[in-house]
Structure formats: C-alpha cells, structure tokens
Design a protein around this ligand. Structure first.
Ligand SMILES: [Zn+2]
Length: 531
C-alpha cells in the first residue's frame, strides 16, 4: 500500500520568534532556515515582511531552498481594497514561494477585535487569497482562534475556511491560538471540517498551553489533516508551539504513523535531528533541555545498575527506539546507584578497555561514591567523570599548575554617580619552566577568574582558543552539617562538542575554579595537546 504524504510546516522563525527573550538577527534567521531546509521540512515560514527590518531584510531577496519559503501576514484590512493596503503590498512583494495569511475565524473576534462585519471578514479572506494567487504564490490561510470560534459558531468558522479553500488556497490551517483545546475536541472538530474540505488541504497549528500541542497535532492527523505546523524545540509564545523535534521522530519511527505516512525528512536527516535541536539552542545561547524526548541528553540515559546490565545484554529492554536513529546516544549514568556494569560501559565509551576484575575498577567506583556523598554529581558532569577516570588510570598530563589566584569584588560609586560592582582576578600559572601572570576584569568574580585563567596558558593557548562557556549553574546543597555549593559548567568548542564539568566546595569561587579547571584540562586532553 502506498503511503500518504504528510506535510511539515515550520514556524520557528515567525511564531517561534515571538517567544519572550528570543530575538533573531538576519544572520540567525538565514542559518536556521538552512538547518530546517536540510532537515527536510516542506515549508519554512520565515517572518512577517514589513513588520520589522529583520523580516523585511530576509524577504528582500530570494533565499534558495528545497523548502517553500513562506511569508506571513494579515489579510487585507477591513474597508480597504487590496490595492490600497501597504501591509498586504509588502506581503505580495516579498521574495517568497508561499504566503500564509492569518485571518480571524471566530465571529466574536471579528466583532470585538477586528470591529467589522462577518461578511467583510469573509470578503477580505477571498480578496487576499485571490491577490496572492494572481502574484503566483502558493497560498495558506491560518484560521486564527478556529477551535474556540468553531465551538461558539461552527457555521461561521467553517465559512472562513471555505472562503479561502474555494478561492484556491492550497491549505487552510486550523489554529488553536489560545492553546486550550484538548485532543478529543481537536479530533472531533478536525473530523467535521474534513467532511467539508478535503483533509489533504487541511493543516493544524497547535499551541502548548495544556502541554498537549504534540498530542493535538497527532489528533488532527488521525482526523484527516495532512499538514502539521510547529517549531524546533517547541519554541513559541507563552508555552510554545507543537514541537517538531518530537513530532518528526514519532512520524518516522512509530508504526502507527510510519506505515501510513511519508514525510520529507529522510532517514539520514532524522539521524541529525539531535544536532538540529542543539543547533537552535546554540543560536539562542541556551542550555539544551536534558529531558527533551528523543534528543535530550537524558532521553536514553539509565541510572539503576540492574537496568544497565539488562541494557548491555539487549538495548531494546529499556529503549523505545534506538538512540542512534535520532542522532542521540545511550548513556549509562555513573552514580552512587551504579554498579560496575555502568562504569565498564562508560569507560568503554571513552576509550578505556579495562577488565571487569581489574582492581582499578573498584577504586574508581569507590572514588565516585565517595565524591558523590559530598555533593559531586557525575551523571551530569561527563567530562569531569572522564578526567577522574583518566587520572585514576594514570593518563592525564600535568599541563599546568595554578600556583595562586586572587579574586576581588569592589562596589563603588562611579564618576556618573552610579553604583557599580567591579570584579577583578589575578592568576599565577606555571607552564613548564614559564611563570605566567594574568589579570582580568569581569562582570562577576567567576567571569573575571575565567577570563584571567584563559588569557595566557603559554604554549597551550592555541589549544583552548575555541573553548567557550555556554552555561553556568549553581546549587546550594545541604550535605551533612554545612551547606556546600555545587557548580556545573557547560562548555563547547569549535567542533560543536559540548561537555559539562563540576566543582564542589563550601566556597562558590573554589567550586567554580574546580569546574573551570576541569573544562580547560578536558579541552586540552580532547585536542591532543602534548604533555
Ligand atoms: Zn501560533
């Protein structure tokens, strides 16, 4: 039986760009559009031409892609003609393959928000679709507030969708704009719409306000819709949009969908989806969600020793799909619950073949347990674990010694009469016979220490130039009688690798220093710096 084609529409650059704290540059948008195109989505909605300089810049020239580059904007304003609406003109002039109009489909919103008549709203939809088709664009209509509108007045909501479809729109997209509709309702309403408009012209645009945007997208597909709109990592206003990074692997790997539907994402591209997800986090300068389905670092992580030994015998025992299909990897956590089998697998992964009866294995396990008892957490700090293992097995060169460091924090009133806090660090490092002294200012003591430490490592400097700290997390733990601070630092380098290091101390600067040192030493080991 031949499979039906299901289309993917990405709106990371439009709806996702409306997320609090997200501000894409033109360069970011071009890079993300390329990632999405390589992934194999069918439509890349890149923004709202005319609304801001970045989006206008994006659509000022043709952006070559396999995917259809889509411009987003409103239908003509009520009471205007299509030829006398500057917003619509910007949309029609945009260098885009497709235009996605947004229009109200709830009579309540037409009256209250748009302050016009139901008939004028329908005329605006028809006129806009016609104008875009005349420009040779493929046309989509986002029916805003469709589900709420349908519940209040099904005839009018349907009339809006029909107006676009009858005028030749390729897709009418049913939007759960407020994100409050539940899967059973979505399935029922989409089913009713598909009796009027063929499902291969119907799309779903779900928001995640009840954590069910992905479930709602699948509910719509079950009811007949054949286009799913969503974003990378579920980026989007409020609680986000449907997460395509979860939807795509499910469509490809779960028989219920994979047997029935074909999508534009190849098996090979699916194998890079974890990288695509983390690539967006990098651009946003955010730490990746460890617990993200399929692509999170913990998605295929196992802690308990008993599960770990079963996984070694047959991974399928505790994994719903093979991690490598989505570019992820199996991870057996080294933790105070772990047995020797976890440790052996982890050691094997980092390149140490060691016999299970080797006495060094017990020493390492004891060391890990002892350190975890005082607050270290190696299941997150993979790089610190690797260094610990390498040190115990005698394989980390002594690249440099920090003989002394000094960190100061000063708060004062500056010349403009403002209260400012300045941090300063001085570090004395010995590299072989060389004694190097570096000083640096920072926006905080840890930042100053980091900058000073990495300023001059003598002959090793060239190995750490691509090193970058991407996240810094602090937790205060109550271990025994005194509070201790645990610092986790996430680093990345020019090859795109990420690693996490840890420091624990009653003093936050000390803890940060340990984690910083581990990160630098890890980078040197990783880059093959000579001893
Ligand atoms: Zn939306």
């Amino acid at each position: 039986m031949s499979r039906e084609r299901l289309y993917l529409f990405d709106t990371t650059l439009r709806d996702g760009a409306q997320t609090n704290g997200v501000d894409f540059t033109l360069g970011d948008k071009i890079a993300i559009a390329r990632m999405l195109d390589e992934l194999g989505v069918d439509y890349v909605e890149a923004g709202y031409p005319g609304a801001n300089p970045t989006d206008t810049g994006f659509f000022a020239e043709k952006r070559p892609a396999q995917a259809k580059i889509t411009a987003f904007g409103m239908t003509r304003r009520p009471g205007r003609s299509t030829s006398n609406d500057p917003g619509l003109a910007a949309l029609l002039d945009a260098e885009a393959d497709a235009i996605c109009f947004v229009a109200k489909s709830s009579d309540y919103h037409v009256r209250v928000a748009l302050e016009t008549t139901e008939e004028e709203n329908l005329a605006s939809i028809r006129d806009s679709v016609r104008a875009a088709k005349a420009k040779g664009r493929e046309v989509l209509l986002d029916c805003e507030h469709f589900f709420d509108g349908y519940k209040a007045n099904p005839a009018y909501a349907l009339a809006c969708a029909r107006a676009a479809y009858d005028e030749g729109a390729r897709w009418v997209v049913l939007c759960d704009t407020n994100g409050g509709t539940l899967p059973l309702e979505v399935e029922k309403i989409v089913g009713e719409v598909c009796k009027q408009i063929p499902g291969d012209h119907v799309g779903i645009h779900a928001h995640n306000d009840t954590e069910q945007a992905v479930a709602n997208s699948f509910a719509a597909v079950r009811a007949g819709a054949r286009q799913i709109q969503g974003t990378l990592n579920g980026l989007g206003e409020r609680c986000g949009n449907a997460n395509l990074v979860s939807i795509i692997p499910t469509l490809k790997l779960k028989a219920e969908y994979a047997d029935k539907f074909e999508i534009g994402v190849s098996d090979e591209a699916l194998g890079h989806i974890a990288r695509v997800s983390h690539g967006l986090d990098d651009i946003l300068n955010r730490a990746a969600d460890r617990h993200a389905p399929y692509v999170g670092e913990s998605a295929f992580a196992t802690k308990a020793g008993i599960h770990a030994s079963a996984i070694i015998k047959d991974p399928a025992t505790y994994e719903h799909v093979p991690p490598e299909r989505v570019g992820n990897k199996r991870k057996l956590l080294v933790s105070d619950q772990s047995g020797r089998s976890n440790l052996l697998v982890e050691l094997d992964r980092i390149g140490f073949a060691i016999d299970k009866d080797d006495p060094r294995l017990s020493r390492l396990l004891d060391e890990v347990k002892e350190r975890e008892a005082i607050g270290y957490a190696y299941e997150t700090a993979d790089a610190s674990f690797e260094l610990l293992a390498r040190r115990l097995l005698g394989k980390v060169p002594r690249y440099f010694d920090v003989e002394k460091f000094d960190v100061s924090v000063e708060q004062r009133i500056n010349a403009k009469g403002e209260r400012v806090t300045v941090s300063m660090a001085v570090v004395k490092v010995r590299v072989g016979d060389e004694l190097l002294i570096s000083a640096a200012e920072g926006n905080g003591p840890v930042n100053a220490l980091d900058v000073a430490l990495r300023k001059d490592l003598g002959k090793y400097q060239g190995y750490i130039t691509g090193l970058e700290l991407t996240d810094y997390r602090v937790r205060i733990l109550n271990a025994g009688t005194e509070a201790v601070t645990r610092v986790l630092i996430e680093s990345a380098d020019e090859t795109g690798d990420h690693w996490t290091t840890i420091g624990v101390s009653s003093n936050i600067i000390d803890a940060s220093f340990q984690a910083l040192m581990d990160s630098i030493v890890y980078k040197l080991v990783k880059s093959g710096a000579p001893a």
